[in-house]
Ligand binder design. Structure first.
Ligand code: SF4
Ligand code: SF4
Length: 73
């Protein structure tokens, strides 16, 4: 059975809004927030959790270990 993501957790203290995770995601799961956080960063947000295939590219490419995909596997 195909893996499904239960949630994607973005650590708002670790993330610096570089958007590498958005760029590497092959399924357009993530997008840029409309508003800056209290540090002035546009954090990624989960736009389409259902589309996530749990490939974990976002986790592997994040330079700050700030994103984690929780799956049902
Ligand atoms: S695990 Fe893969 S499909 Fe899911 S958000 Fe990360 S890069 Fe996209
Ligand atoms: S790659 Fe990591 S640090 Fe960059 S925006 Fe995504 S979660 Fe934040």
């Amino acid at each position: 059975m195909a893996k499904k993501a239960q949630k994607i957790v973005i650590d708002s203290k670790m993330c610096k809004g570089c958007h590498i995770c958005i760029s590497v995601c092959p399924h357009a799961v993530l997008e840029k927030a409309n508003e800056v956080d209290n540090r002035g960063f546009f954090l990624p947000i989960v736009a389409d959790l259902e589309a996530c295939k749990v490939c974990r590219l976002c986790e592997m490419e994040c330079p700050d270990f700030a994103i984690a995909v929780v799956s049902d596997e």
